[in-house]
Design a protein around this ligand. Structure first.
Ligand code: 5GP
Length: 179
């Protein structure tokens, strides 16, 4: 199997661009159907989801808006655990039908907190569109309403996902080669 190098690690192909496109097309068909007449607001979680969000939104055929948020990490005072705070939300989401756009759910800890923060802003509804899901690593119980592809518990890069900042530009998704 052909491998590529990203920074100092070897990766091999895991999901090619055609498979990615077909999975997103399926998600878009469902969303177009479910949100007819609802004027949803897509909220893409930066940085990783920018490529997925760009592809998904161009397959959405109903009236919609998109905005981008970031989750910034800070160290809590009483704990060494990193807690991610929602930043950069410029839209008023009260009464809106929100669809969160995320590239990957691993343990789910990050999004769990984000979902709780969003609920406090009183949206009409919140659903989650996530491209990849590491089912075996998932520790939470929130529902992924629109899922692209379930993946094994292996580190991946490409299609917006990075390894130490590199690899986001790769059109396919690669998994790390275990040495
Ligand atoms: P969580 O464990 O909270 O679900 O995931 C936190 C974040 O870790 C994700 O949003 C993503 O940025 C990063 N992450 C988790 N698994 C991977 C992976 O396999 N590759 C890359 N590049 N990032 C990952």
């Amino acid at each position: 199997m052909e491998t590529i190098k990203v920074k100092d690690k070897e990766f091999e192909i895991s999901i090619d661009a055609n498979t990615i496109d077909a999975a997103i097309q399926k998600m878009a068909v469902e969303i177009n159907h479910d949100y007819e007449g609802k004027h949803p607001l897509f909220l893409a979680v930066l940085n990783g989801s920018f490529v997925f969000a760009a592809d998904l939104i161009r397959k959405i055929t109903i009236p919609c808006k998109i905005s981008f948020v970031k989750l910034s990490s800070y160290s809590g005072t009483a704990s060494t655990e990193n807690v991610k705070e929602l930043i950069g939300l410029s839209e008023d989401i009260r009464g809106r039908h929100v669809i969160i756009v995320e590239d990957i759910v691993d343990t789910g800890l990050t999004l769990d907190k984000f979902l709780q923060d969003l609920e406090k802003l009183l949206p009409a509804s919140v659903k989650l569109a996530c491209f990849t899901f590491k089912k075996e690593a998932f520790k939470k119980s929130f529902r992924i309403d629109y899922l692209g592809i379930t993946i094994p518990n292996e580190f991946i890069v490409g299609y917006g996902l990075d390894y130490d900042g590199y690899g986001r530009n790769l059109p396919d998704i690669y998994k790390i080669v275990k040495s």
